[in-house]
Write a protein that binds this ligand. Structure first.
Ligand code: DGI
Ligand code: FE
Ligand code: FE
Length: 186
């Protein structure tokens, strides 16, 4: 798939603000791929489509999770998590991308997972640090991303878990497992 064609497609399915966020993720992801040696073309396509399903109706996503045998436990957690695995499914079905590395970058961009591939780490981190993001702690993660990708992913995960705890939100097991896995590695 040609990158310009991919950009045109995503522009047509996202509101302006989310499209600008996506361009920021593409920029950050390409920088990380240059620094850490990731496959630029895969990283770029994964970044372009990472939020493909973000605006799908919740009921459509629920049906896809059930019918396509995505993890059932997603249904017991916040619907905000659903666009990542549902996005991976829809990007394959509707866009025709079959590359597992690209699809898994999309699938795990919200929660992470243990033993993430380089592409997965890059998309997860780029989504967190892209230039339009301005939440507390993001600059610290940006600085870590210059030096050590695992430490940056760990800090982003810690910040996300802390943010969820403050809100008394449920924390999805993959998010906790990402944290535990990176603590074991550090
Ligand atoms: O889609 P984006 O807004 O670009 O970013 P995202 O896909 O990382 O989604 C972010 C939201 O997902 C953010 O509000 C935090 C939330 N989130 C991440 N991990 C978990 C989570 N929400 C719950 N409930 N549980 C998690 O483990
Ligand atoms: Fe997302
Ligand atoms: Fe995003």
């Amino acid at each position: 798939m040609d990158v310009n064609q991919a950009i045109d497609i995503i522009k047509s399915v996202l509101p302006e603000k989310r499209f600008l966020h996506t361009l920021g993720v593409v920029k950050a992801a390409k920088q990380l791929a240059n620094k850490y040696g990731g496959d630029i073309n895969k990283v770029e396509l994964s970044a372009i489509f990472h939020d493909y399903a973000k605006y799908r109706p919740v009921e459509e996503m629920r049906q896809i999770i059930i019918e396509q045998q995505l993890p059932k436990q997603l249904l017991n957690f916040h619907t905000e998590l659903w666009h990542a695995p549902v996005g991976a499914y829809l990007v394959e079905r509707e866009i025709g991308i079959t590359d597992v590395e690209i699809l898994n970058g999309i699938r795990y961009h919200t929660t992470g997972r243990p033993n993430m591939t380089l592409v997965e780490k890059i998309i997860y981190l780029a989504d967190y640090i892209e230039p339009n993001r301005q939440f507390p702690g993001v600059d610290e993660v940006r600085q870590l991303a210059e030096k050590n990708i695992n430490q940056a992913v760990l800090q982003a995960t810690k910040n996300t878990i802390q943010f969820l705890l403050e809100k008394n939100s449920l924390v999805y097991p993959d998010t906790i497992d990402t944290y535990n896995n990176l603590i074991n590695k550090s």
